[in-house]
Design a protein around this ligand. Structure first.
Ligand code: AN7
Length: 352
């Protein structure tokens, strides 16, 4: 019988702050595919592989950090968790809290969450509150709430979140048999870039890879505080997941960028949507807009002649496109041609 994936905490227990006796709260997250992107590879002159994190139980990479954060919450004996979110953290927190029998409270920026993500928080039974403000302001509120009330904060400022999320870097090295030359990912609140750098460094120190990759982070042009060098007040982008102006893990992300010899750049919303469409149509991988940012960044770097020929480049595509079908469809409608129950009509409409 084939071995069954047991979720990231059990699979990487030796590298995480838990042991066999802990009650591990898992939905079987991690073990996501690393998929070769053929056309994009030949276009940029490198081997490009996408780490499809939309395959996680709630459809985003957040599940890696949530299994570890909620496991620790249960261990600590807390009964309520809280988070601010642009959508994916709340979907994940709601699901893992439901599994563990905890109350989940969520603060989201009003009107700026993709429908699928909001539906997830609702069906998993979270207490959802919209704030007349942006993500950064929501995070300020939940930080204060968690200081004043017996509620555990499960945003990525909770160190157990990054512990779980670093396992994606382990998987990439396990899948390739070595670290890539370059790893690319979208940057919003900057937890994930920090977690990947920690993961790549730890695996190299443990002798599982002979080197660490350069980290290339990509932001949306209207929400690019790292590119500007300072937090911004009114972030705006079609990629609502990364509509963040005051990233919590600022120093860790800057360290990931600088220690790895990498960079953090910005791409336009137009380039993001175009990269999203290419991933869907050419690679067969449907991602949400934020997840396409690294591909857009890679294409821009290639156009500028900055992609080393033949390099192995892994790109984390962080969330599933099913969460936000409206943005992906654009002005395309859901009304394909209707025919009678008739083979001739089918052949005719297909031009066969
Ligand atoms: C699909 O859910 O911040 O740089 O509250 O959902 O670690 O913040 C989501 C972030 C990239 C950015 N791609 O990761 C939230 C939230 C997707 C995301 C990011 C997010 P970080």
């Amino acid at each position: 019988m084939a071995e069954v994936w047991r979720g990231i905490v059990r699979e990487y227990l030796d590298h995480l702050p838990f042991d066999e006796s802990d009650r591990i709260v898992s939905l079987g997250e991690g073990g996501t595919p690393l998929i070769y992107a053929e056309k994009i590879s030949s276009e940029v002159g490198a081997e490009v592989l996408v780490k499809y994190e939309g395959m996680n139980p709630t459809g985003s990479f957040k599940d890696r950090g949530m299994t570890s954060a909620i496991t620790q919450v249960v261990k600590d004996g807390d009964h309520t968790v809280v988070c601010a979110s642009t959508g994916n953290t709340s979907a994940s927190a709601a699901a893992y809290a439901a599994h563990a029998g905890l109350r989940c409270v969520v603060m989201i920026p009003q009107g700026k969450i993709a429908a699928g993500k909001m539906a997830q928080a609702i069906v998993h039974g979270a207490d959802l509150v919209q704030v007349d403000g942006n993500f950064d302001e929501c995070l300020d509120i939940v930080r204060e709430l968690s200081e004043s009330y017996p509620i555990a904060l499960v945003n990525s400022v909770n160190p157990y979140r990054l512990q779980g999320q670093k396992t994606a870097a382990f998987e990439i090295v396990d899948q390739l048999g070595e670290a890539p030359d370059i790893h690319m990912l979208p940057v919003g609140n900057a937890g994930n870039i920090s977690a990947y750098w920690m993961g790549f460094k730890e695996y190299a120190e443990a002798g599982r890879a002979s080197r660490t990759p350069k980290i290339w982070g990509v932001q949306a042009a209207g929400a690019a505080p790292f590119v500007l060098g300072h937090p911004i007040k009114d972030p705006e982008t079609v990629a609502t997941a990364i509509r963040i102006g005051k990233p919590a893990s600022w120093d860790l992300a800057v360290a990931a960028r600088d220690e790895s010899g990498g960079w953090i750049r910005a791409v336009t919303d137009e380039a993001i949507l175009s990269a999203q469409a290419r991933l869907a149509a050419e690679v067969g991988v449907f991602v949400e807009p934020a997840s396409a940012a690294p591909i857009a960044g890679l294409l821009a770097a290639a156009a500028a002649g900055e992609v080393p020929r033949g390099a192995t480049i892994t790109c984390t595509v962080t969330g599933n496109g099913l969460k936000d079908t409206a943005t992906a469809l654009g002005d395309r409608t859901l009304d394909p041609t209707v025919i009678p129950v008739d083979v001739e009509a089918a052949a005719s409409v297909l031009g066969l």
